[in-house]
Design a protein around this ligand. Structure first.
Ligand code: B12
Length: 140
């Protein structure tokens, strides 16, 4: 029996999370670490890489996700446009975000009523937020 394989296979009913980068920067560690923590927390993680707002909307619909996680580089304006496109297409879909975000940008994102987990956030808090945010659509 391969126990490592058993550990990484999410249960069939696992809530589905789309994780993407909204800006093309070199800071990939954060999204990788968060993806792994969510997977280990029992979520089905779809890692979309760096894609545009329209592609995020398409992937969210095609993959029928319960939550979208945005890793935001320096370009908060791009993230704001992605959030607007997602809200227009799937208004009920929860969104949370993190990454290399300056304090002034955190305020702008929170004003859009998305949860923000900037550098220094614990993985426990992030996984806990994912559980809470997916509880409205799925039983975790
Ligand atoms: C490692 C590092 C790099 C590496 C990245 C390697 C990699 N594969 O990721 C390299 C060398 C490539 C790099 C490059 C640059 N870097 Co750099 N880098 C860092 C450093 C030292 C650590 C970043 C890191 O990995 N942290 C650990 C991860 C786990 O943290 P994190 O990404 O923030 O993720 C956490 C949260 O944000 C959150 N999170 C992340 N994603 C998501 C997603 C969701 C959905 C949620 C909910 C939460 C979440 O969870 C994580 C756990 O808390 C920081 C300084 C520092 N000490 O923080 C500078 C830093 C981020 N870099 C910086 C800069 C300026 C650059 C460069 C522009 C430098 C340059 N002049 O070339 C380039 C960018 C190049 C490019 N093409 O984009 C600045 C950013 C300033 C800013 N606010 O915009 C920093 C803060 C350094 C500084 N003090 O100036 N960097």
């Amino acid at each position: 029996m391969n126990s490592a394989l058993t550990e990484v296979t999410p249960p069939a009913h696992a809530p589905r999370i789309l994780l993407v980068k909204t800006a093309l920067d070199g800071h990939w560690r954060g999204i990788s670490v968060v993806a792994r923590a969510l997977r280990d927390g029992g979520f089905h993680v779809i890692l979309g890489g760096m894609i545009t707002g329209a592609e995020i909307v398409r992937a969210a619909i095609d993959e029928d996700v319960d939550l979208v996680g945005l890793n935001i580089g320096g370009h908060v304006g791009v993230a704001e446009r992605c959030i607007a496109e997602l809200r227009a297409a799937r208004p009920e879909l929860p969104i949370f975000c993190g990454g290399v975000i300056a304090p002034w940008a955190v305020k702008r994102l929170k004003a859009l009523e998305v949860e923000v987990y900037p550098p220094g956030s614990t993985l426990e808090d992030i996984v806990g937020a994912a559980r809470r945010l997916t509880q409205t659509t799925t039983a975790v």
